[in-house]
Write a protein that binds this ligand. Sequence first.
Ligand code: HEC
Length: 284
Amino acid sequence: MRAYAVPRSLRFAYLVLLAAISFSVWGQEPQLEVSDGVSSKQWSRSALLAESVPIQIDKDSAYKRSMTYRAVAFAKLMPMLMTKTAANTSVQFVALDGFVANIAAADLVGKGQPYLAIETDQQPWPAIDPNNPAKTASAGPFYLVWLNPEAGKISNEQWPYQVVKIRVELPLQQRFQQIIPSPKLSKNYQQAMQGMQIYIKNCAVCHSMNGGGDAAIGPDLNQPFSPTEYFHQAFLRKLIRNPAAVRNWKQALMPGFDHQSISESDLDALLVYFKHMAALRRMK
Ligand code: HEC
């Protein structure tokens, strides 16, 4: 790794800043803001722990192994959502690092059985990836886990960690219409619409499309150009399956998507969506 020469005065300012941040983070209990669309509630960690039960997750998405947690059933956080689910409601999970997952309410009330896991001072969780300098923090303070992800068809990107805010929102495509395919381009329109859903579930948690989206961890996928315009198709498929197979460095943040998370035909639809959006942009 490259070593930076930091001026002494800056180093001091950095230490003061770090102390201030750690004080505000650890000086008080972690809080979680939950808005169900009608009202908003601030949960302290101890209030959440009072409602929690012990659970075991066999294939944990962040830690890639079996984990046990103290956790609150998601239904306890948003009882309203559970009783009357509007088909097109979405729940937004905002994480400390800028990751924003928009999860369909139908998934949250479905067979996946979501729980919010709570990290405690007595039992701190390990680093997400001790080998990646960008991922040495734990998944805490709050982390959405699923008891039965296979039954609910829950993807790896639907396990937001370091969650600080949960709120009911309109689905992404209703808030950002620039991510929607247009029937004006009728070729493969249906497949492009299907691709958009795959994009929202797996990619929009980190990327934007035509400037539309909640997250900006990775680059926009159509502005100024679409990866379908500057990547050889075979390499783009390879990169989505396993980014490190195309280019590799320690701080890489993008996960790979294996056949279980995105099937071959879903990947086809995803690429049709990207090409469609690039063609729409060129028409303008
Ligand atoms: C956890 C965040 C995250 C998720 C999820 C994610 N990406 Fe990425 N992506 C990134 C980041 C960050 C980069 C920049 C390279 C890096 O750090 O790995 C990137 C880079 C890329 C690139 C290369 C762009 C370029 O010009 O170099 C493409 C293409 C891409 N992502 C497509 C996708 C697709 C398609 C999906 C969904 C199937 C997806 N990404 C999901 C974070 C993510």
